[in-house]
Design a protein around this ligand. Structure first.
Ligand SMILES: Nc1nc2c(ncn2[C@@H]2O[C@H](COP(=O)(O)OP(=O)(O)OP(=O)(O)O)[C@@H](O)[C@H]2O)c(=O)[nH]1
Length: 395
């Protein structure tokens, strides 16, 4: 099966769902309800998967998975609208302008990708493998490279260790997630959305207000805690973050909480201080629970482009970052930053922020991402394939 066909079958809405799944960015006032036949996601109870069905609304696991993939497809399609306009239109222009595969085409492609924040080294690697592939498959017309380009983007992302992509969640024990990142990138919002996501999966969640430095940070986290219905452990502004963590992890242990998400202050200006603070916090956590923190997630704002890369490099020097949460990906036309981060920093992007709503934080997956970037191209390829087949048939 061709690559586009596989993506189409996985993410594109089936005819009957086309109306109900939101495909374009919606204005706030016209938020569409999710499909009526939404079911609770499966929850793991006593180590067995259980599904919460209404008797008259039964859905098979296959149907559930199909709907879920199409919902994910719709989310990425909606959230990457700006980037898609950029990537897809420019690629189409390029293919129309350069019809034969030659050095001029590859150079123009390089320039286009660099402008979309893909990052110099990643672009060079990507285009080099395209040159190789074009030669190997004897592709001479650029139009025939379209699908290969998209496929290579996935390949370049996935060439890194796959095991690191999934969240390190302890099945029957407390999981501690430490959130780091500078102020203003959407860290607090992300903590709220993450808490909501895990609550939806039937887990109990607690938040620790470890940013005791920024005025208002504790209150802001409390607002999110109230909104998603989870407890927030806090002390007064200016108190020792390690003391807050000590309280929080002990409370989480005593109450048998599944997931503890810890906020931290993001003062990158003073690296030595930040390093000391994070080290102290991590020590308190690991002393209380072996292996904690299980994840150190760095929040980065996608709209800051290459600056996000600089921040990531700086944080990497200060602490072991296990994953990136790339916020506000919906707010940029340069969605290529995902590839630069993965390929140049070797840190997986674990979640992406695709909007301001609670369920707009999505686990990152390279195929959902390229579907979002090239959705129209991928869907239209079906029409083209059918037309080609009909033509061949007639001929
Ligand atoms: N469009 C969009 N907006 C987002 C996303 N994530 C966060 N925001 C918005 O970004 C703004 C800043 O978010 P906050 O969570 O307050 O971020 P913050 O000020 O960085 O908080 P700290 O990092 O804790 O200092 C808010 O208006 C959020 O709604 C996203 O994925 N998409």
């Amino acid at each position: 099966m061709s690559f586009f066909k596989r993506l189409r079958e996985r993410f594109a809405p089936t005819e009957e769902r086309r109306e109900e799944l939101p495909l374009e960015q919606l204005e706030d006032e016209e938020v569409q309800p999710l499909p009526e036949r939404q079911v609770e996601p499966p929850a793991k109870k006593n180590n067995e998967w259980t599904f919460d069905f209404d008797d008259d609304d039964l859905m098979s696991i296959e149907e559930f998975e199909e709907l879920e993939a199409q919902q994910i497809g719709a989310k990425f399609r909606q959230g990457l609208e700006k980037s898609r306009e950029n990537f897809q239109n420019r690629l189409n222009d390029l293919l129309a302008h350069y019809r034969t595969v030659d050095e001029d085409f590859f150079e123009a492609l390089e320039e286009m990708l660099i402008q979309a924040d893909v990052g110099f080294n990643t672009v060079m690697e990507l285009v080099e493998s395209l040159r190789f592939e074009a030669k190997r498959r004897n592709i001479t017309e650029t139009a025939d490279l379209r699908e290969v380009i998209v496929e290579k983007i996935v390949e370049i992302y996935e060439q890194e260790d796959d095991e690191l992509q999934a969240m390190n969640i302890q099945e029957d024990d407390l999981t501690v997630i430490l959130m780091v990142g500078v102020n203003g990138v959407g860290k607090t919002t992300t903590i709220g959305k993450l808490a909501h996501r895990y609550r939806q999966q039937g887990k109990t969640v607690m938040l620790a207000a470890g940013d005791t430095f920024r005025a208002g940070a504790i209150e802001q986290l409390q607002i999110w805690g109230d909104r998603v219905g989870v407890e927030v452990v806090k002390q007064s502004e200016g108190s020792d973050p390690a003391a807050v963590m000590y309280d929080a992890i002990n409370a989480a242990k005593n109450k048998g909480v599944d997931i503890l998400i810890c906020d931290t202050a993001g003062r990158l200006q003073n690296k030595a201080n930040l390093m000391n603070e994070l080290e102290k916090v991590k020590k308190v956590l690991s002393k209380a629970v072996a292996g904690a923190p299980h994840e150190v997630l760095l929040a980065l704002d996608a709209t800051t482009g290459q600056n996000a890369l600089v921040q990531a490099k700086a944080f990497k020097e200060v602490t072991d970052v296990t994953g990136i949460v790339l916020t506000k990906l919906d707010g940029t036309a340069k969605g290529g930053i995902v590839l630069a981060i993965r390929n140049e920093l070797h840190i997986p992007v674990k979640f992406v922020g695709l909007g301001e709503k609670l369920d707009d934080l999505q686990p990152f997956d390279a195929e959902s991402y390229v579907y979002g970037l090239f959705a129209d191209m991928i869907e239209n390829s079906e029409i083209e394939t059918t037309e080609d087949e009909e033509e061949n048939h007639a001929g």
